[in-house]
Design a protein. Structure first.
Length: 510
């Protein structure tokens, strides 16, 4: 079945690269989800490396047909290693010579995976690298998490730490542009208290009061209502609060509340972007009683694009591990994890923000904190869509809703938290008890018109996936000609179409 999956994907790329004169821009996305997703996304890329397509008349690995690789959280680790390691070839890095038939993969085969491939780092013990990072953070005053990321994922491939990203080069035989997602969460002086106690709360509480529930979907769209009922049954009533995404209301509420939400950001090989577009945005940050004072507001006008040289100084270079740390910093989002790390140190380390000095409209610089890109988007799709590709291939692993589920109608629930939002539906925003929750940030990622081509695309996707599952086939399908909507939060100008191939890792067919 895996051979069939990668053959379909190779055909997708082949169709998009059939004539050099008609070369289309192609993007691949790598899903969030920690080490589990990292391992899965490395396997996803491995399939492309194993298959070939014609490029300029020559058979080449299908991965070389892509123009962009966008990663969120765990997926960004894979994207970073692929682009920046210089110690081995792509074939070795992705173990292209290994088996791809699930029936041939045994414990003995797993023991033979080459040590210089990407896969061993995702099963290596984490704690030793954390221990190594603690004294370095204490001695240098640097944020803890990028040092840990350097030890865990970059050092094993000889990727040098402490080097300015502006002078860190992508390997010559890699032609894609990496895109790593992160999230702006406020000035450093209010971190992490603002993240724990303020951010998102007022905006999403008001949003719930302004945006009606599912009834806004026409009653005649019975199939969609049936899918929601099905998801609700699987989750035990956990998704009854289903709302349309209204980006205009969100923008208005953001302005009224000083943009106190997780603002999307991302980095490529050469520049850092805060894509928020529209009018000048005034960012305001309230104090937290008995914890911190309010921070001075500041204005930004976006999309804000900054070269890495501008983010660096001689004493404080903006490094690759800084960017990857920003993209993967789940540590800062979970207070118990911060407490655990700090218990091994004489001074608090986990509360040190990963930050950058960004230019404001008055010509000054403001030091702001960034954290895990997964709190805004799990897929990497929004940042990739901003690049205006012609075709996207997006892979996602089953989310928390479907944990432990297998056969039956659960395919719909397994895509609800990762796919519904990009078509303008979101779940659970009434619960803002966890203000940095992934669910809250994901509402900003509305990308496509639900009724592109005059057909409910979520209903279409669920029906195709369920048919494929029932036939024992891989869950791979393409929705063609999706209408892109304007999204100020991601700096996306709508009014064009894109083909999106969805690959869902939902178990292994028999």
């Amino acid at each position: 079945m895996m051979k069939l999956t990668v053959a379909i994907l190779a055909l997708t790329l082949c169709n998009a690269t059939a004539k050099a004169s008609q070369k289309k821009k192609i993007g691949i996305t790598l899903n969030a989800g920690g080490n589990t997703a990292g391992n899965a996304m490395a396997g996803f890329m491995r399939g492309f490396q194993q298959q070939t397509v014609k490029i300029n008349g020559e058979d080449r690995p299908a991965l070389e047909a892509a123009d962009y690789i966008a990663g969120s959280s765990g997926g960004s680790i894979v994207a970073t290693i692929y682009h920046y390691q210089h110690s081995t070839t792509n074939d070795e890095l992705l173990d292209a010579a290994g088996p791809n038939d699930p029936s041939q993969i045994t414990n003995e085969v797993l023991d033979t995976i080459p040590e210089n491939s990407m896969f061993p780092v995702f099963s290596a013990p984490v704690f030793p690298s954390l221990q190594i990072a603690i004294p370095v953070a204490l001695a240098t005053g640097k944020p803890f998490w990028p040092l840990a990321i350097q030890n865990l994922f970059l050092q094993p491939f000889g990727i040098e730490g402490g080097k300015p990203l502006s002078s860190t080069k992508i390997r010559d035989d890699v032609k894609t542009t990496p895109i790593l997602l992160t999230s702006l969460v406020g000035p450093v002086e209010v971190f992490p208290f603002h993240l724990d106690s303020v951010i998102n709360r007022d905006i999403y509480t008001e949003y719930n009061e302004n945006v009606p529930m599912l009834e806004m979907v026409g009653e005649e769209d019975t199939e969609f209502h049936d899918i929601i009922d099905e998801i609700n049954e699987v989750t035990g009533g956990g998704v009854t609060d289903v709302r349309l995404t209204d980006l205009n209301i969100l923008r208005s509420l953001a302005e009224d509340n000083g943009f106190q939400l997780n603002l999307p950001a991302f980095g490529t090989a050469t520049e850092f972007t805060i894509p928020l577009s529209g009018s000048v945005a005034t960012l305001e940050y309230e104090g937290v009683e008995n914890q911190i004072d309010a921070a001075e507001p500041f204005d930004i006008e976006g999309p804000l694009v900054v070269a890495y040289e501008e983010l660096s100084s001689e004493d404080n270079p903006f490094t690759l591990e800084t960017l990857l740390g920003m993209s993967t910093d789940i540590l800062s989002l979970i207070p118990p994890l911060r407490t655990l790390v700090d218990s091994f140190s004489p001074v608090p380390l986990a509360s040190r923000p990963i930050s950058a000095s960004i230019p404001t409209t008055d010509g000054e610089l403001r030091e702001v904190a960034f954290t895990d890109g997964g709190i805004n988007d799990l897929s990497g799709l929004p940042a990739l869509i901003k690049m205006k590709p012609d075709r996207v291939i997006t892979c996602f692993v089953a989310g928390p809703v479907d944990a432990g589920l297998s056969d039956g109608p659960e395919v719909a629930s397994s895509i609800s938290y990762q796919v519904f939002n990009i078509f303008g539906y979101n779940f659970g925003l009434v619960d803002v008890a966890n203000p940095a929750s992934i669910v809250s940030g994901r509402v900003l990622s509305h990308l496509f018109d639900l009724y592109s081509n005059g057909e409910n695309q979520l209903v279409k996707l669920v029906n195709i996936f369920e048919s494929l599952r029932d036939a024992g086939e891989p869950l791979v399908t393409t929705l063609e000609g999706l209408d892109v909507v304007t999204n100020d939060f991601w700096g996306i100008e709508g009014g064009w179409k894109v083909d999106v191939t969805f690959v869902h890792m939902f178990g292994v067919p028999q």
